[in-house]
Structures are given as C-alpha cells and as structure tokens.
Design a protein around this ligand. Structure first.
Ligand code: MBD
Ligand code: FE
Length: 306
C-alpha cells in the first residue's frame, strides 16, 4: 500500500478524538500502537482471514486467562525488566541480586512464619528434600531483620496451588520473616519445570513460532522490607536442561545457585534424618527512593480474601 493511503487511514481513525478529553497518556500509547499495527498490516499484507484469526486467538486467550502467560512467552515481561535494568544502570545502580519476572502464578496472602517455614501443606510423594536458606542484606552487606521473603513454586506435576485446585490452598506458598540475623530458611522439595497448558493459546502460539512453552525448574521470590525497594526474583535449579532455554526468558547466571546434595550420613551430621539437597542464597536489597524505578506495581494479583 502507498504510505499516503496508510497515513490517511490512520488520520481518519484517530480523528474522532477530542482535544482536552480522555486521557492523554492512553491516547498517546493507543495511537502509536495502532499506527504501528496498521503499518505492519500493510507491509506484511495481512489478510482479513489472518486478522480474524488474531481476534479469535485473543478472545480465546482471554477466556482461558492466558494473557499473563503470553506476556511471559512473548518476552513482554522480560522486556520491562531489560528496561528497568537499563534505568537502574543510568541511576548508577548495580543489583547484586538481579530482578527477574514475577510470572502469572503468584497468590497474595500465603501463611506467614518467622525465620523458617515448611512449604508443603501436604507432603509431596517421591520428591527430593530441599533446604534453602540465606540472609537478606542491604547495599553494604548488612543483614536486614524482619524482611519478608515470599516464596512460591510448583509441585512435581509442574502445577501451582490455587490455580491447581487439586492441591490445598497455599501449598508451596509461604511468607518468611527474617530473624535478627537477617536469615530465612525453608524446607521443601526440589521442584520441576513448568509447561504451558497443552493445546492452550500460549502453547499453540509457541508451537507456531517453532518454540516450546516450558520453563526450567525454578523458585519465585518477592523480598520486601520497610524503606527498601521490593525485589521480584527467582532462582533456577542448577543442572536443569532448560536453564538457559526458558520460554519466559527469566534465567540470569547470578540466579543459578549451586545445589549441594548430602547423603544420609552427611545429612545426619547436620542434624537431619534424610538425605537432602541444599541451596544457600542471599538476597541483596537496595533502599527505595522516588528517584529510582519502583519495585512494586499494581498489577491485579490473585487473592483469596476478597
Ligand atoms: C511459570 O511458573 C512462570 O514462572 C512463568 C513466568 C510463566 C509460566 C509459568
Ligand atoms: Fe513459575
């Protein structure tokens, strides 16, 4: 199509907007995105058939609540981290513990414990015991007591409680308040990777892109404390074949801590009565300020108490 024809159409389609009415930011963003879309429709010769396929796809993705998954798989969530990392770098901030994406499977209101928590509400059969612990620290390495470490991960079927109603509510979801030495510890099991619902919108799109819709085994964290910027991050389980092939682009080398495996004998020497895997990982926080990009956002999150 001639550019003049495209430009005239874009002008026609934005012409009903009234100056001084509506929301300027929404106008700016919508008009830019639609203009880029119309140009792409012309350049790529997108047909009516293809346009309606896209409409059907988006409708279905919404019905099955997969927009959060699409944000992950299309790299939208990753891109906002790239942008915030760049903004931090501009502000002279280097994160010792990198941020990485929240993903779509957090649930607010998990049970809270001081210092130590068991994540399993029900024991996971045939699992490998895991203890993970560490210290929440400030910029200078000083421990932060009373910090809140929210942790969540999936079961051995790759499913997250609440979204998977076959698990008790809040299974594998806890909040741990760090002790006087800034320490947190939890007992759980080594999780496995996640795969998008087979045949769902995201899985279908990933296949059409010649990609997979799977994540390496990982554990999610929100770390927060008064006067500090909330940290959203994850760790990967070392050795997972998908560690550097994550459909959600969340892996960072600094977030793949070493996992140590203790035999029964070694475990007994540490006061435990079963063999276990152990991860030691500290979270480094930075102070909050209105001059840096915020750690919190107001995305709608699942919560049972409302
Ligand atoms: C997950 O468990 C996840 O963490 C992300 C980002 C996307 C899909 C499933
Ligand atoms: Fe996850």
């Amino acid at each position: 199509m001639d550019q003049a024809v495209i430009d005239a159409a874009i002008k026609e389609i934005t012409s009903q907007e009234k100056a001084g009415q509506g929301n300027e930011r929404i106008k700016e963003i919508t008009n830019r995105l639609m203009s880029d879309l119309f140009n792409a429709m012309a350049d790529l010769d997108i047909t009516s058939e293809e346009m309606w396929k896209a409409c059907n796809f988006l409708t279905q993705a919404g019905k099955s609540n997969e927009f959060g998954l699409l944000y992950a798989g299309l790299g939208i969530e990753r891109f906002i981290d790239v942008k915030m990392d760049w903004e931090d770098a501009q502000a002279g901030i280097e994160l010792k513990t990198p941020r990485t994406i929240e993903g779509p499977l957090y649930v607010a209101g998990a049970p809270e414990f001081n210092g130590f928590a068991e994540l399993e509400t029900v024991a996971e059969p045939d699992s490998e015991r895991l203890y993970m612990s560490g210290v929440v620290r400030d910029e200078d390495g000083n421990p932060i007591s009373n910090a809140k470490v929210e942790v969540w991960h999936c079961n051995l079927k790759g499913l997250y409680s609440i979204f998977d109603s076959s698990q008790p509510a809040y299974n594998l979801r806890r909040s741990i308040i760090t002790d006087a030495e800034g320490r947190y510890e939890f007992k759980s099991f080594v999780p496995v990777g996640y795969a998008c619902p087979p045949g769902g919108s995201t899985d279908t799109l990933m296949s059409l892109l010649g990609r997979h819709g799977a994540r390496p085994a990982h554990i999610h964290f929100f770390v927060s404390a008064p006067t500090y910027r909330k940290l959203t991050t994850q760790i990967n389980i070392e050795g997972d074949p998908l560690t550097f092939d994550d459909f959600a682009f969340a892996t960072r080398p600094e977030l793949v801590p070493h996992i140590t495996r203790l035999s029964l004998e070694e475990a007994k020497a540490t006061g435990k009565d079963e063999p276990y895997a152990s991860i030691s990982f500290d979270f480094n926080m930075i102070h909050d300020s209105d001059k840096i990009v915020p750690g919190e956002n107001q995305r709608t999150r699942v919560s049972l108490d409302k």
